[in-house]
Design a protein around this ligand. Structure first.
Ligand code: FAD
Ligand code: MG
Length: 331
């Protein structure tokens, strides 16, 4: 078996940031920072007199959220919940808020997103790098404990999950972190900033020269972009099958799993990019849309109406929603 974690995503994101950070005619220099958090490269570019101290506040918040949401850190809220033996656990308000939001999204996506899928993701080895293809029996046994509807939230601070259930906020946490970063920038009177957490890019305002930020949507088949987008005050989040995967006998197995059978979702989509006002919303939807496939995604968009999407299909066709078409700067 050939373990393979593709790192091109980080490179593409840097390129996107460089592209968005260039071409400033005024003397207003940005403050840029880069670090690893949530197992991904985080890059921020912030404009304003206090940009350096805001950048520090942003980093502290991202690291704080990582401490709360990590599945493996024994001090995290998620670890406590996963090891509570079915007892109620009092969690940080941020954990409660994200769990509440995530459960709403599990419901809205009719279970294509399911934050209790962790035991299945772990069985495939995506959390450890010790990849294997589980047999159907093992998957059905694990799927018996997968059901977001059994997570119960009370009193704005207390969470209970069944003894055998395990939570994982990997599909939504980076998006939520993006939303918190934008809030922190606003609290410090920043009007122009950009954050990238792995494939999640979120913009506050436009560039200081009044133009839009420009971000690239990575081509899942090769280096480069499917298109670049003009954005302001938006979160652009991509879920793809080209970042975390392994190959066996020429077949690729990736980390986005269909909760209906516990296997890598083969919906025909190889990358789903969602553009909306919120990072958490875009993140939840990018994972769910990848799982549900194009037809259901179109129905979901019709029903919810508050996001745009770009879907790259395995036959290399690219679908742009109407609003996404209007954002295209170049393709
Ligand atoms: P997304 O599409 O946004 O999410 C996919 C991830 O969500 C999968 O990796 C899986 O964990 C989960 N998932 C898969 N299918 C579904 C589904 N249908 N419904 C709901 N969830 C699903 N990775 C490490 O290797 N080591 C670490 O120490 C580590 N620490 C982390 C700490 C935090 C706080 C977070 C948020 C992530 C961490 N990660 C770590 C990364 C994590 O395991 C995921 O790989 C990552 O969040 C996937 O993000 P994505 O944007 O690639 O894909
Ligand atoms: Mg996601």
């Amino acid at each position: 078996m050939k373990p393979q974690i593709n790192k091109v995503k980080a490179a593409a994101v840097i390129a996107a940031l460089l592209m968005s950070g260039c071409d400033f005619s005024d003397t207003n220099e940005p403050y840029s920072a880069e670090y690893i958090a949530m197992d991904t490269l985080v890059s921020s570019t912030i404009y304003g007199e206090n940009a350096e101290s805001v950048s520090e506040a942003v980093k502290n918040e991202v690291l704080h959220l990582e401490d709360l949401f990590s599945v493996t850190d024994e001090k995290s809220d998620i670890y406590s919940l996963n090891n509570a033996g079915g007892e109620a656990v009092e969690v940080d308000p941020e954990t409660f808020k994200l769990l509440q939001f995530s459960l709403e999204m599990c419901e809205k996506t009719e279970g294509a997103l399911d934050i209790t899928l962790y035991p299945v993701v772990r069985e495939w080895g995506f959390t450890t790098g010790d990849y294997k293809i589980p047999d159907d029996e093992a998957l059905s046994a694990l799927l018996k404990n997968v059901d977001y509807r059994r997570v119960s939230l009370e009193n704005n601070n207390t969470v209970t999950i069944p003894e055998a259930a395990r939570l994982d906020l990997g599909a939504v946490a980076k998006g939520y972190a993006g939303d918190r970063v934008i809030e922190i920038m606003k609290e410090h009177n920043i009007t122009s900033g950009l954050i990238s957490l792995g494939g999640n890019i979120q913009a506050l305002g436009g560039k200081p020269d009044g133009t839009d930020w420009r971000v690239g949507v990575q081509n899942p088949f090769s280096y480069g972009y499917v298109c670049t987008l003009n954005i302001r005050d938006k979160a652009v989040v991509t879920s793809g099958n080209y970042e975390r995967y392994f190959e066996e006998d020429g077949r690729r197995y990736w980390h986005i799993i269909d909760p209906s059978d516990g296997k890598p979702a083969r919906s025909g989509i190889v990358s789903a990019t969602i553009i909306s006002d919120s990072g958490a919303y875009s993140d939840a939807l990018s994972t769910a849309v990848f799982v549900m496939g194009k037809e259901k995604a179109l129905q979901l968009q019709e029903r919810l109406g508050n996001f745009e999407m770009i879907l790259v299909m395995e036959n290399k066709e690219v679908y742009y929603s109407e609003g996404a078409k209007e954002m295209i700067a170049d393709r």
